[in-house]
Design a binder for this molecule. Structure first.
Ligand SMILES: *Cc1c(COP(=O)(O)O)cnc(C)c1O
Length: 365
């Protein structure tokens, strides 16, 4: 924990500022604890380099704002984390960047949108909350043909389950707030990329706009990384058991989990992910009334819009994370009032199934 650094001599300070000596100057630029986190995330992802940020959104915004300029063209998938969609549809256009959103699962829509030189393609897979899978190699190929830098928000997959760079992506971004911490303690984010991208764009942007992570939070994430693999693997196992359990319940319009053979893109998920994730989404036949009764009756699972935690968390996307969207936009995503999103944690999965069962019964009484 430190904000600044001390120089032995005035000459040392001059050399550091001239760039003749590589050393720590100020923690907005770099910090040893933060550097350790960035090095480990780099190795985990199989990337060349990493910069960490104060939140996932700071990572998403910096990854685009550091190189986009007025007149550029950006294509993104429509099913994005709410704040990512806001950057694409509100902030970037205000700065003179033309943007277009497409149905990420429809390659024809990607191809039609990528009809001219494109600066950036941004997407998330699996998507929030309906867990659709986007074909990373196919979209990357179309994007690269127009010169685009492909940025993948890999939060729902975690570094353990999907390696977008091996599938064609140029940049991977994370909210470390989610699985990397995984214990609901700290906010943070990460950008994984080529060293060249940092040298050409990110370094100066981060130095001068200041989305830097606290060294204390970096230390928390370093502790989180030590158990990331074992936590994610167990949560995936629990999620599959819960998805199977929910599939057997009556009054369920659909159960979405990339590890269920009934998932519309099961084959693609099996191909590009090494595990099916920690999120399960399902649609209750009784709409908002039944969904609210169900959430309120849960005893082990907490109501929270957070995810990727050791505690199982449930949310009703239509009235919370996706409330800002119009009815038409929600309809375009296939997100209706019966949809419930469950972030599966590390509790005993049998206890979780019992809790879900009693809450389903209560919701129907
Ligand atoms: C949470 C989340 C973010 C934003 O991260 P914060 O740490 O909350 O700023 C971005 N993308 C996805 C998919 C997320 O789940």
């Amino acid at each position: 924990m430190t904000s600044g650094y001390v120089y032995r001599t005035a000459e040392d300070a001059e050399a550091a500022f001239k760039g003749d000596v590589k050393r720590f100057i100020y923690s907005r630029y770099a910090n040893p604890t933060v550097a350790m986190l960035e090095e480990r995330l780099t190795l985990l992802e199989g990337a060349e380099a990493c910069r960490t940020t104060a939140s996932g959104m700071a990572a998403v915004f910096a990854s685009m704002a550091c190189f986009l300029k007025a007149g550029d063209y950006v294509v993104a998938s429509r099913a994005l984390f709410g704040s990512c969609l806001y950057i694409i549809t509100d902030i970037l256009p205000r700065l003179g960047v033309e943007t277009k959103v497409v149905d990420g699962c429809n390659l024809d829509e990607w191809e039609a949108a990528l009809d001219r030189p494109t600066a950036c393609v941004f997407l998330e897979t699996p998507t929030n909350p309906l867990l659709e899978i986007i074909d990373l190699p196919a979209v990357s190929k179309l994007a690269h043909a127009q010169g685009a830098t492909v940025i993948v928000d890999n939060v729902f997959s975690t570094p353990m389950l999907q390696r977008p760079m091996e599938l064609g992506a140029d940049i991977v971004v994370y909210s470390a707030t989610k699985h990397i911490d995984g214990q609901g303690r700290a906010m943070g984010g990460a950008i994984l990329c080529k060293q060249q991208f940092i040298d050409d764009h990110l370094n100066q942007f981060m130095r001068h706009t200041g989305p830097s992570i606290s060294p204390f939070n970096a230390w928390i994430f370093l502790k989180g990384l030590e158990t990331l693999d074992i936590r994610v693997r167990q949560a995936c196992e629990n999620a599959l058991q819960i998805a199977n359990f929910l599939s057997d319940q009556s009054g369920m319009n659909r159960v979405l989990y990339p590890g269920l053979p009934s998932h519309p893109q099961y084959a693609l998920a099996q191909k590009q992910m090494s595990g099916s994730g920690t999120m399960v989404t399902f649609e209750l036949a009784g709409g908002k009334t039944e969904a609210f009764k169900f959430l309120n009756a849960l005893e082990i699972v907490d109501i929270s819009n957070n995810l990727g935690d050791t505690k199982s968390l449930v949310t009703h996307p239509a009235t919370t994370t996706h409330q800002r969207l119009s009815d038409e936009e929600r309809a375009a995503l296939g997100l209706n009032d019966g949809v419930v999103r469950l972030s599966v944690g590390l509790e005993d999965p049998n206890d979780l199934c019992d809790d879900l069962a009693q809450a389903l019964a209560a919701a129907r009484s």
